[in-house]
Design a protein around this ligand. Structure first.
Ligand code: DX5
Ligand code: ZN
Length: 221
């Protein structure tokens, strides 16, 4: 069986108590912190940047941080996220002038690299850089907001990405982001994903009357 990982997206967390929110999902068993960076240019929303990533490290977060860059241009922020302690840095091929260079910048900085595919972005962007990616992230919603519905066409695309990874023989994680819920994660896993981002499904399930606020939802996943 694949080594499945759950990556809560802090986009849906309470930003006023971010350190505690991250501590709580990790204590409940989450594996990776998914960190959504939006620039109000490449996507129509504005979120958090490298200073907040660095603040989570200073707060004591040691789990992998998966920086999902929805910004254009992307290269300068790659350097900033390397310095801020990101573990994975992923970007959208449409947002980079030189995809190969951006991937190389990430690996040269000691981070794991990834390409992100919007619902309508074809997988052929992988053709000549498969050996330079550690993660392939398929968006199952159009990027910009949490709480949208999973686009079912993503399942066929996951199967295609899984075929490409298996044929390559390379160690590449296959991540899915958008509309992942307890009741669809099984079919998403069967389509080939091994890394699951979930924002609203986790952070909107907080039970404030319970000191183990996220244990039951993380266990349900
Ligand atoms: C959307 C972000 C996602 C978002 C997912 O652009 O990349 O990571 O937080 O949120 P849910 O899980 O609520 O669809
Ligand atoms: Zn994301």
């Amino acid at each position: 069986t694949p080594d499945f990982k759950l990556a809560p997206s802090i986009l849906s967390a309470d930003f006023a108590r971010l350190g505690e929110e991250v501590d709580d999902v990790l204590a409940a068993g989450a594996d990776i912190v998914h960190f959504d960076v939006m620039d109000n240019h490449y996507v129509p929303n504005l979120t958090i940047g490298p200073m907040v990533c660095e603040a989570l490290r200073k707060h004591g977060v040691t789990a992998p941080i998966d920086a999902h860059l929805m910004v254009k241009p992307v290269d300068r922020l790659i350097g900033d996220f390397i310095d801020a302690g990101a573990s994975y840095i992923t970007f959208h091929p449409e947002a980079s002038e030189h995809i190969d260079r951006s991937l190389q910048l990430i690996r040269d900085g000691g981070c794991k690299s990834g390409l992100v595919f919007n619902p309508a972005t074809p997988l052929f962007f992988l053709d000549h850089v498969m050996d330079k990616v550690d993660m392939i992230l398929l968006m199952s919603v159009n990027p910009g907001f949490g709480g949208q519905s999973f686009l079912p066409g993503t399942l066929d695309k996951l199967r295609e990405a899984r075929r490409r990874i298996d044929a390559s023989g390379l160690d590449i994680r296959l991540e899915v982001d958008g509309g992942v819920k307890v009741d669809n994660i099984l079919e998403i896993a069967r389509a080939g994903a091994d890394t699951f981002v979930a924002g609203s499904a986790i952070f909107k399930a907080r039970n404030d009357t319970d000191s183990h606020r996220y244990d039951s939802v993380i266990q349900a996943f």
